[in-house]
Design a binder for this molecule. Sequence first.
Ligand code: SAH
Length: 485
Amino acid sequence: MTVYLVGAGPGDPGLMTRRSLELIAAADVIVYDRLIPDGALDGARPDAELIFVGKEGGGEQVPQAQTDRLLLEHGARAGIVVRLKGGDPFVFGRGGEEAELLRAAGIEFEIVPGVTAGIAAPAYAGIPVTHRDLASSVAFLTGHEDPAKTESAHDWDALAAFPGTLCVYMGVRQLEGIAARLIRGGRDPDEPAALVQRGTFPTQRTVRATLGTLAVVAREQRIGAPAIAVFGPVAQMREQIAWFERRPLHGRTVAVTRARAQASGLAVRLAALGARVIEAPTIRIVELPGPVPDLTGVDLIVFSSANGVGAFFGRLAAAAVDARALAGLRVAAMGPGTARALAERGVRADIIPDRFIAEGMVEALSALTIARALIVGGREGRDVLADALTARGVAVEVAVVYENVVDPLTPETLTALAGADYLTFTSASSARNYLDAGGPVAGRRVSIGPATSAALTERGVSVDVEATPHDLDGLIGALVADAQS
Ligand code: SAH
């Protein structure tokens, strides 16, 4: 019975408020606009009704009357209705009108402010809208209408004389006229100016010019809506403090083909470097339930991956035992990620090889006396270690505690992948699965190491960048170096 008029912020999902996320998660109905962050609705309930009222492509906006009707109709029923808007609902968002309408109809409502584009887009462009030395006030205005109109909503002469920053929403198409009108009103044509397109999105672009030249420069650089124009000395601050567009992977689209459970760490790191990340996992890790492997007589346990650690401890928990089951055993971890997974469960790995592959483990174990070893891993694990230990006379047990399941790529993901600048491959199996799933390979291929590279070249897909060292740090470093070369 309550309608929430909610601001979704300017585009960066990280700028959504906690309150907005809570309400999206609780909503029965979400009526949303076009300019909302990617993935803003990911947290909605699967049974929530999602109604789009924005502009479809270059098409027409759903008429406000129709949006109003939807709000009244759904607001009159039981449940939570979220009206989700870009930026702040009360800043050029018609939130005031919708609240009036709801009040008149006796429907309860709440307002959830959002981060508005007029402040956030300049901020992400390195432009503070106020500054102690440069601007003590800021005005937000719509540039929607033609300033040549005689019945203007604006007092253009007053705006020209305004002694602070002007932030113009919806002004791209009228930029030329707006600047001309401000200059006619006495504003300095040489005043610094900037236009920030898709501010706070990974695709943000900014041009810097002057009040007199911004329209021409924007046209030359093909900067269009949605954009915020900033007029005032603060626009020059960008020269010193631009940051968002300077991040090494800004403007690049990078695909992560790792299994879903492992992808997010890499995705987060790439995004922090400015990349737009497409997660395209084709394998999913499924833990295989089963008994705790028999540890009688075992004096060495080898975990070949963090997934194996998770699944093994899942079995311990199911059997109502804990890490004490490993008491007295030597524990080997294939690499630092595996060791970390063990440490999180209170177990310190005794052995971590220098090279994080089976051959490295064989070397690391060569000096040890082992009677009975248990190797814990996945279905597609290699036999290298088991064979080497068996050849030494060690009794070897292998516990398969998880398997990789192949997932198809959705049509939307396939389309997004076709436009990716980089494709990252972090294991031979994920590379093979990606190709089996029909994943496009137009972008530059970045491989974590030789085994992964071989999996690609065997299928006729060449590798553009190979990481050294063969781990995630190496992969990220190599990708950044390639992007900057
Ligand atoms: N309520 C919104 C504004 C809606 S009006 C807010 O508070 O931000 C739509 C206009 O907002 C666009 O024409 C554009 O000028 C501006 N805008 C919205 N999102 C933007 C973004 N990410 N980058 C630049 N301008 C944006």
